[in-house]
Write a protein that binds this ligand. Structure first.
Ligand SMILES: NC(=O)c1ccc[n+]([C@@H]2O[C@H](COP(=O)([O-])OP(=O)(O)OC[C@H]3O[C@@H](n4cnc5c(N)ncnc54)[C@H](OP(=O)(O)O)[C@@H]3O)[C@@H](O)[C@H]2O)c1
Length: 248
């Protein structure tokens, strides 16, 4: 099952998994995009809104029948801490954090009880390591998803169920960052949707804790953000990252 299959990275991932012989269940809200992808892949389509708890419950029921969950759906949320509304807070948490946690938990419970194999791939972001201005809800949920993934995979250590966090940096050509038409500071490189799809395949194959899909320099900068957030803030001020929209 691939969530967010109608989006840039979900589509690339679904196509790669299909190419490798997977039988797919694709889910998102926009049926026409899912139907187009299903026509190319023979996938089953399930329309669901991850901000709707009943829809998530329905997906949990289906998830237990899967071998692999790629929980890739996500939403950006540009704004400012002074303008956040409870509705936006709930929406971003529901889509980016609650739904992958609830689905992973249902999947793991079922597989462990059955003694069966399974793999969960959670699509996070380098925004789960380093914070940028005007992306607090995106940062909050991606930091949270990373914490969940790295803890939950330890719970499952002696089972046949794995959990991997795939953390892309800036992805060109398709997806939320490409759609936002943002100009990156000179020297900041991007990766492709296919690189993310390949990262998901590596996650399914080897169950590593994390797969970074970003150039080394960006990963180093993100890691610096985790150990020295004050320094990261000053560097970002110099690079004027406030001008950059969210997405990625
Ligand atoms: N693109 C990047 O540079 C980048 C970098 C780092 C991390 N990421 C992460 O990669 C993942 C995929 O992002 P993307 O770049 O492919 O973005 P995208 O093109 O905007 O796709 C987002 C996907 O999430 C789905 N989605 C959003 N809200 C939903 C909801 N309420 N219910 C169900 N599905 C919902 C969308 O489907 P519908 O609108 O059809 O419902 C769409 O399929 C996200 O988790 C994102 O945070 C992306």
């Amino acid at each position: 099952m691939v969530t967010g299959a109608s989006g840039g990275l979900g589509t690339a991932t679904a196509l790669e998994l299909h190419r490798r012989g997977a039988r797919l269940v694709l889910t998102a809200r926009r049926r026409h995009l899912l139907d187009e992808l299903a026509a190319r892949t023979g996938a089953e389509v399930v329309v669901a809104d991850l901000a709707d708890h009943d829809d998530v419950e329905r997906l949990c029921g289906l998830a237990t029948e899967m071998d692999v969950l790629v929980l890739n759906a996500g939403t950006g949320a540009e704004g400012d801490v002074t303008t956040l509304t409870p509705e936006v807070v709930d929406f971003v948490i529901d889509v980016n954090l609650r739904s992958p946690i609830v689905m992973t938990s249902a999947f793991a419970r079922h597989k462990v009880a059955a003694g069966a194999e399974g793999q969960v791939v959670l699509v996070g972001s380098l925004s789960g390591l380093v914070a940028t201005p005007r992306t607090e809800m995106y940062n909050a949920t991606k930091f949270g998803l990373r914490g969940f993934a790295l803890s939950a995979r330890q719970d499952l250590e002696h089972t046949k169920v794995g959990i991997t966090l795939v953390a892309p940096g800036f992805i060109r050509d398709a997806g939320m960052f490409a759609d936002n038409d943002v100009t990156l500071p000179p020297g900041v490189r991007t990766k492709s949707p296919q690189d993310v799809a390949d990262g998901v395949v590596r996650a399914i194959r080897n169950n590593p804790a994390e797969v970074f899909v970003s150039p080394t320099e960006l990963r180093v900068a993100a890691t610096l953000g985790t150990v020295a957030p004050g320094l990261s803030e000053r560097l970002q001020r110099r690079m004027d990252t406030k001008k950059m929209a969210s997405g990625g």
